[in-house]
Design a protein around this ligand. Structure first.
Ligand SMILES: [Zn+2]
Length: 330
């Protein structure tokens, strides 16, 4: 028995099962160098030319299926006219074990494993999977030119004041960051959070270690594979397609609102409680002095006139981020 629905459209079922055979054959026949360095990872390069290098990752959280559908249709269309691909591309289906099981993760959150220090999580299935993804990413960027992108596509597990938003590694070189932010405007991303330090995410890893314009993009709401409302991804899909085909960017796009991290709220003990539940909307506004959380004797309160809460989740493991407090930066 598999959790995968046999009635799924073929490209979606193939990508969700990390089956790249049709896509690989098409690009291979067109003279590209195609490789599958690991289960769920496909690289397509044009030998003898320096092109932008793009990592496109989906399913890092196994239950976030919308980007798998979006990417499956994009790849399927590109594979029908492979010469239109204008970048070197690595497609990574992240937590393939969890996707196959229809779960968010097997043992622990894969998107916290992209750092040296894994503590008690070192023996998890996700730590092993992160090692495989890191090795493939190192190899992909090793010979890449200066233009490097990593778009890690997710969907949010709770409603948001901004239906689409992104977390951007602040250490990206300014020119590349401008291009990335402008692409996000084109993709209809409503807000971005400039993040100064890693919590172990895949896209921050690529930015920090490979000089990639890396971002974790939250595209609309979580849904069941094959049943996602793809209209919520339409603008991001167009922007992604345009990037992969190397077509000129549109001249005037609405720029995302920019926020910066005020503080990570880290859960330090079992006594941790939050003043609001994990169903709280992302970017809910709090005022100076409002309580955020309690951890034993420590009470966290809002320090700025306004802070907004992103990813509130008191149920995370001890030592992990239970919420991100952000302030306006523009
Ligand atoms: Zn996610």
């Amino acid at each position: 028995m598999t959790a995968m629905d046999a009635t799924l459209p073929a490209p979606v079922r193939a990508l969700a099962q990390a089956d790249f055979s049709a896509v690989a054959r098409s690009f291979g026949d067109a003279g590209f160098t195609v490789a599958e360095p690991a289960d769920g990872i496909l690289t397509i390069r044009r030998p003898g030319s320096v092109r932008p290098a793009v990592v496109l990752s989906v399913g890092v959280h196994g239950d976030e299926t919308g980007p798998i559908e979006l990417t499956a249709y994009l790849l399927d269309a590109l594979a029908r006219e492979p010469d239109k691909l204008a970048v070197d591309l690595m497609v990574c289906v992240g937590n393939i074990g969890a996707i196959r099981a229809g779960k968010r993760f097997i043992d622990a959150d894969l998107n916290r494993m992209f750092r040296v220090e894994r503590g008690a999580l070192a023996g998890t299935a996700e730590a092993a999977r992160a090692d495989v993804m890191i090795a493939a990413t190192v190899a992909f960027f090793a010979d890449a030119g200066p233009q490097r992108w990593h778009l890690d596509l997710h969907t949010a597990i709770r409603p948001s004041v901004y239906p689409t938003f992104a977390i951007v590694a602040d250490l990206i070189e300014p020119g590349a960051k401008r291009a990335l932010v402008s692409w996000m405007g084109e993709a209809g991303i409503g807000a971005i959070v400039m993040n100064p330090e890693s919590v172990g995410t895949y896209s921050f890893y690529s930015a920090e270690h490979h000089g990639a314009a890396g971002t974790t993009v939250e595209l609309g709401r979580i849904g069941t594979l094959g049943q996602n409302d793809l209209t919520q991804f339409a603008q991001a899909s167009r922007a992604l397609d345009r990037l992969l085909r190397g077509e000129p960017a549109p001249a005037d796009v609405a720029m995302p609102r920019v926020y910066k991290v005020a503080r990570n709220i880290i859960k330090l003990s079992d006594g941790f409680t939050m003043a609001f539940g994990k169903d709280t909307q992302n970017f809910t506004s709090l005022r100076r002095g409002d309580e955020i959380a309690r951890d034993g004797d420590t009470v966290y309160t809002v320090q700025h006139d306004e802070e907004l809460v992103v990813f509130p989740n008191p149920d995370v493991r001890i030592g992990l981020r239970a919420g991100l407090m952000v302030t306006r930066a523009d």
